[in-house]
Design a protein around this ligand. Structure first.
Ligand SMILES: Nc1ncnc2c1ncn2[C@@H]1O[C@H](COP(=O)(O)OP(=O)(O)OP(=O)(O)O)[C@@H](O)[C@H]1O
Length: 247
């Protein structure tokens, strides 16, 4: 079943037409990867979906679970079950792991009442569930987030997102700046999240790593979709990989 349906969107930063007629679907239970070089428009596409502005969507439709969410405020989209872990990870470096998680939980509970009567339809993961899911974070509860490794910080950022009820988890370049063996740990975490029933939209420049765990892939170039297909098809397509991904 299609969970997210992006249908011919055009996204603009002021007069710059950056996202050009982009269509993609994300099926429930799958890991979908959105790939492309630096500046291809991956982050901008995620921002359109999450309701962050800019860019502004001037044409086309974004439907989540059948509902039109195009250009809705980000908090209205979040309560429907879409969670975004942005590229910059946004953990509070001076706070401990436990404090970071506590803060995420507090914000979730508050936004239930703040959101003009809108409510998350389910609870997110509890702190205990999160520690079960990420044993590394459990071991480092009292450690300041700023002293964690890059991979651990990424896991903490993902854990914070899962504190809100999440049907679709969108990850913006989770492997950026991580050493290969750490990438593997984050990969494993994403796979377990997927097996646990959460649909994943993974944005990555590291196409090789993303193709390993993705079911379907989209490749963007200059704000346009230039390939869509199964991860195996992309792996077998030397031309597209060479031309748009450099791998
Ligand atoms: N706030 C902004 N105002 C104007 N142009 C922007 C803005 N943010 C991004 N762009 C432009 O939009 C295009 C796509 O950028 P985007 O960040 O979406 O690409 P990306 O594929 O995510 O690349 P990266 O890996 O560098 O994040 C780029 O040409 C960029 O310069």
């Amino acid at each position: 079943m299609t969970l997210l349906d992006v249908d011919g969107i055009d996204g603009y930063y002021g007069e710059s037409h950056i996202i050009q007629d982009v269509s993609m679907t994300v099926d429930e239970g799958e890991i979908t990867a959105l790939l492309g070089r630096n500046g291809a428009g991956k982050t901008s596409t995620l921002r359109c979906i999450s309701g962050a502005t800019p860019p502004e969507v001037r044409d086309g439709t974004i439907r989540f679970d059948g509902t039109d969410i195009t250009n809705q405020p980000p908090e209205d989209i979040a309560v429907r079950g879409i969670s975004l872990v942005p590229e910059e990870r946004r953990v509070f470096t001076d706070l401990t792991v436990a404090e970071n998680l506590h803060l995420a939980e507090t914000v979730r509970n508050k936004s239930n009442t703040w959101n003009r009567g809108l409510e998350f339809k389910d609870e997110g993961m509890s702190t205990d569930e999160i520690y079960e899911f990420f044993p590394r974070l459990d071991e480092r509860r009292e450690q300041k987030a700023g002293t964690l490794s890059g991979g651990e910080q990424q896991m903490l950022a993902i854990a914070r997102a899962l504190h809100q009820s999440t049907d679709l988890l969108m990850l913006d370049e989770p492997y950026e700046g991580l050493a290969p063996q750490i990438i593997e740990a984050v990969e494993n975490a994403i796979e377990r999240i997927s097996e646990n029933g959460t649909t994943v939209l993974l944005v990555e420049q590291n196409a090789v790593a993303a193709m390993k765990i993705a079911d379907r892939c989209y490749v963007l170039d200059r704000g346009e979709v230039v390939f869509e297909g199964a991860a195996d098809e992309l792996r077998a397509n030397d031309e597209i990989r060479d031309r748009y991904l450099g791998v």
